[in-house]
Design a protein around this ligand. Structure first.
Ligand code: CP
Length: 302
């Protein structure tokens, strides 16, 4: 992993993913350590973010590294027409590692090809969000005690939601059963279902929540990705398609946990938050430990 970019979750094999989870568990026990020395991490966010950027920055600060970067590209020379290549070549002069979020699919791969320092993909369009996947896996293993043989129910925008795409790829090798709940317009894309077919992974598709999540171990809720719709009317049609309410959880498994990459809009009612099955804010906290593990592995300090 040392000095390698993390663009797609497929950049790590299963053993490497498990190494990250194990190291994250060590960081959870001791989250403040002086191990990054003089390393500088740049966070370049061409798209809005709360959790990903701030948990990366928290991780670097807790490990005594330094952070530079921007959270709004309009305050950078991108607004003057500077290309992504020139931005990356410039920032790589100032940093040892670049964490980048960008609206264009494939932008992280391109950045990794031109950059002399490793790139971590913090989300590229509707494509992938590999560090979210590792923190999701960490949350799943922590709450279920294992990654193998779990029933994982994904609900909402399965078309544009990059977090479900990365998570599906990563979990496919742990013998899961997937339940996909989405309206016709936001169904899981064929390429991901083909991947499951090739690997012999069972999956079922439904349009309604009904009792379809009742025997799930994990219910992974997603936001309808307004920013990916070219037609606002299409978004209006599906924006409130699923709203998870506390009253709907009565028949679910006792140890079931509800995950959500956040931010939420309306898809989880606030009355769910106090249910012990709600795990999304702890999940966001796990992002700090997981990102500490990813950064320290790539910089070769652990
Ligand atoms: N989960 C996630 O990517 O959240 P942010 O958009 O706030 O970073």
């Amino acid at each position: 992993m040392k000095n390698r970019s993390l663009v797609s979750i497929t950049d790590y094999n299963q053993e490497e993913m498990l190494q990250i989870l194990d190291l994250a568990a060590e960081f959870e026990k001791k989250p403040n350590q002086d191990i990054l020395g003089g390393h500088v991490v740049a966070t370049l966010f061409f798209e809005p973010s709360t959790r990903t950027r701030l948990s990366f920055e928290s991780a670097v600060n807790r490990l005594r590294g330094r952070v530079i970067g921007f959270s709004d590209s309009s305050s950078s020379s991108v607004s003057k027409g500077e290309t992504l290549k020139d931005t990356i070549l410039t920032v790589s002069n100032y940093s040892d590692l670049i964490v980048m979020r960008h609206p264009l699919e494939g932008s992280a791969k391109y950045a990794s090809e031109v950059s002399p320092v490793p790139i971590i993909n913090a989300g590229d369009g509707a494509h992938q969000h590999p560090t979210q996947t590792l923190l999701d896996m960490y949350s799943i293993r922590k709450t279920q005690g294992r990654l193998e043989n779990l029933k994982i129910c994904m609900v909402g925008d399965l078309k544009y939601g990059r977090t479900v795409h990365s998570l599906l790829i990563a979990m496919a090798d742990f013998h899961p059963i997937f339940i996909f709940i989405a309206p016709e317009e936001l169904k899981m894309p064929e390429e991901y279902k083909s991947l499951l077919d090739r690997k012999g992974v069972e999956y079922y598709e439904y349009k309604d929540i009904g009792d379809n999540m009742d025997d799930a171990d994990i219910v992974y809720m997603t936001r309808v990705q307004k920013e990916r719709f070219s037609d606002p009317l299409e978004y209006e049609k599906v924006k409130n398609v699923y709203i998870l309410r506390n009253a709907m959880l009565g028949n679910t498994k006792p140890n079931m946990k509800i995950l959500h990459p956040l931010p939420r809009v309306n898809e989880i009612n606030y009355d769910v938050d106090t249910n012990p099955k709600a795990y999304y804010f702890q999940q966001a906290q796990n992002g700090v430990y997981t990102r500490m593990a990813i950064i320290s592995k790539i910089l070769g300090v652990k």
